[in-house]
Design a protein around this ligand. Structure first.
Ligand SMILES: N[C@@H](CCC(=O)N[C@@H](CS)C(=O)NCC(=O)O)C(=O)O
Length: 100
């Protein structure tokens, strides 16, 4: 009836958050959208490797290769690059909830 209220907010092509995944966050500290994701990670019991694209040109190159651009934050879920901080936080919340 209200399709926009049902289902996840992230792209349907993203891996589902219902089982263990390998996670990495491409970010840099001056980015407010990255800070939003990092704040969520402070309260969620989720292990995420941090990959700072300003501290490491290698991680920046890796981000471009995987996501096709330099936008951060980008959450790598297994091999899938999820963009948009709101979608990333929603996905991480669902991922944290799966373990409960
Ligand atoms: N709507 C995006 C905005 C992300 C964004 O604008 N990130 C900036 C850094 S604060 C960025 O990556 N700019 C470089 C680029 O887009 O290539 C979100 O909420 O994640």
């Amino acid at each position: 009836m209200f399709p926009w209220r049902s289902g996840p907010s992230w792209p349907a092509s993203a891996p589902t958050p219902d089982r263990p995944r390998v996670l990495a966050l491409y970010k840099y500290d001056a980015c407010p959208y990255c800070a939003r994701v990092q704040r969520a990670l402070e309260r969620l019991p989720v292990e995420v490797e941090r990959r700072d694209v300003r501290q490491s040109p290698e991680w920046r190159k890796d981000l471009v290769a995987r996501a096709g651009g330099t936008q951060v934050p980008c959450l790598l879920i297994d091999d899938y690059p999820l963009l948009e901080s709101a979608d990333i936080v929603a996905w991480l919340e669902a991922y944290a909830a799966r373990a409960k």
